[in-house]
Design a binder for this molecule. Structure first.
Ligand code: C2E
Ligand code: SIN
Ligand code: SIN
Ligand code: FE
Ligand code: FE
Length: 411
């Protein structure tokens, strides 16, 4: 029992650390539900996220129903919302902050003022029996949602009630999950606000462009990481951070004048020099990295216009001053160039994603190029503008990249 307890605690702590590193909200929900279900061993579960006075049914997993699907299919579910009140299990938990451990859903204790809605079971052919409903409460006592675990199972996958003794572990887990979700939500809110600020400034940086560049970057990274033998865990963490960072690649354009940003023609040399400052301006927003995400966002903003052969910009600059870093001034007092692996990986990846999208799209200053011309340009850039190894990854995942482009169509 003691052995078991220590093992359990260690597992909980690892889960806590792990999920606090994942910052993308959707992925975080998936991880939380999966970890909770693995931990208590149960067949199904759902997450509700609180929005004002309602609970949004946000995510669900069900092993039994998933197993009935054809291979490769995913469980489809509707999102709906229910009020936070005593008329449902999740609403009750969110309202009272109580954990409810129900051995049989079709036979609720008389103390609860409602019955389970059997509609879902009727439609899906599922039989909900035991339910553990836990409020997601942060350490300050704020309830941000509800975790619902369904059909605990014994070692032979027979449905049993949830063990009373497991409740306090699950409560602890729920508070960790609540904190991670709150952080992720805050981070996403800040990031989306920054992106929409950048969009306001630059009509070309629409949500679609930003989503495409992020989507391509992730596809390229995954392929590269696979070829390099990077572990699945590390790949997943980086994928998430890279997606957000890539969305922010041009956020420094908020610092560039409209006259330049929206000029419907080629830029003059001095205008282009000003435009180039969007890299340093963007990096400066994340100059005091407090998380992996800040670090990645800084790398991407600063380095997405560097070239593998050292012909890009801004080179070895001090982000806070824009001046050359010590020991990195050339004879004219300009920063020396960055080349090869001096350019951080995420910068080298987003460079490829950004140019591919710029060439394929209409810009105020150019037409969209046709595909063969775009691909020739990308191939020609290998070893010059682009890292050859990453260009190879880019071409390996071209079908996925086109799928991303289709999902976020060019305007
Ligand atoms: P952007 O439009 O997102 O372009 C990103 C990068 O794609 C460019 O970085 C460049 O490397 C590549 N690219 C885009 N169009 C072409 C093209 O026609 N030919 C080639 N070979 N490459 C292309 P770059 O040049 O550092 O520009 C950075 C940003 O500066 C651009 O982002 C755009 O916002 C702005 N910009 C650059 N040139 C002009 C221009 O002539 N007029 C205007 N209005 N803006 C420009
Ligand atoms: C968009 O549809 O995202 C804008 C087009 C562009 O990327 O230039
Ligand atoms: C641009 O049109 O974005 C400039 C591209 C270049 O000069 O290579
Ligand atoms: Fe840029
Ligand atoms: Fe861009």
């Amino acid at each position: 029992m003691i052995e078991d307890e220590t093992g359990r605690l260690r597992e909980l702590i690892t889960i806590g650390i792990d999920s606090s590193r994942i910052r993308d909200f959707d992925l975080l929900m998936e991880r939380i539900l999966q970890s909770a279900r693995d931990f208590v061993r149960c067949d199904a579960g759902s997450l509700y996220i609180k929005q004002e006075d309602r609970l949004l049914f946000s995510f669900t997993q069900n092993d039994t129903l998933s197993a009935r699907l054809e291979p490769g299919r995913k469980l489809v579910y509707n999102t709906f919302s229910i009020p936070v009140n005593k008329n449902s299990l999740a609403g009750y938990a969110a309202m009272t902050g109580e954990t409810l451990n129900i051995p049989d859903a079709y036979n609720l204790p008389g103390t609860l003022p409602f019955q389970i809605d059997k509609q879902y079971d009727r439609i899906s052919g599922y039989r909900t029996s035991s339910i553990l409903t836990v409020p997601l409460k942060t350490h300050t006592g704020k309830i941000i949602g509800v975790l619902q675990l369904i059909n605990a199972m014994d070692k032979d996958r027979q449905v049993i009630p949830f063990d009373k003794a497991i409740e306090h572990y699950v409560n602890y887990f729920a508070s960790q999950a609540a904190a991670a979700l709150e952080r992720a939500h805050l981070m996403r809110t800040i990031i989306l606000r920054m992106i929409s600020m950048a969009e306001l400034r630059d009509p070309k940086e629409t949500g679609n462009h930003v989503n495409r560049v992020a989507g391509y970057s992730v596809e390229i990274y995954e392929n590269w990481a696979g070829k390099r033998g990077i572990s699945a865990g590390e790949t997943e963490r980086n994928r998430d951070v890279l997606r957000m960072a890539a969305m922010l690649h041009d956020v420094g354009k908020v610092a560039i004048s409209d006259l330049i940003l929206k000029k419907p023609a080629r830029l003059a040399v001095d205008e282009y020099e000003i435009m180039k400052q969007h890299t340093v301006a963007g990096a400066r927003l994340f100059n005091d990295p407090a998380s992996d995400l800040d670090e990645a966002a800084k790398d991407v903003a600063l380095n997405h216009h560097e070239c593998f052969d050292g012909t890009g910009y801004p080179g070895h600059v001090d982000i806070s001053t824009g001046e050359p870093l010590p020991g990195h001034a050339d004879s004219e007092g300009k920063p020396t160039p960055k080349r090869g692996e001096e350019i951080p990986l995420f910068g080298r990846i987003v460079a490829i994603a950004d140019v591919y999208d710029a060439l394929s799209s209409v810009r105020v200053y150019k037409e969209a190029w046709d595909e063969s011309r775009v691909l020739d340009e990308m191939r020609n850039g290998s070893g010059r503008h682009f890292d050859p190894e990453i260009i190879e990854a880019f071409f390996s995942v071209l079908p996925s990249i086109k799928a991303v482009a289709g999902r976020y169509e060019r305007g």
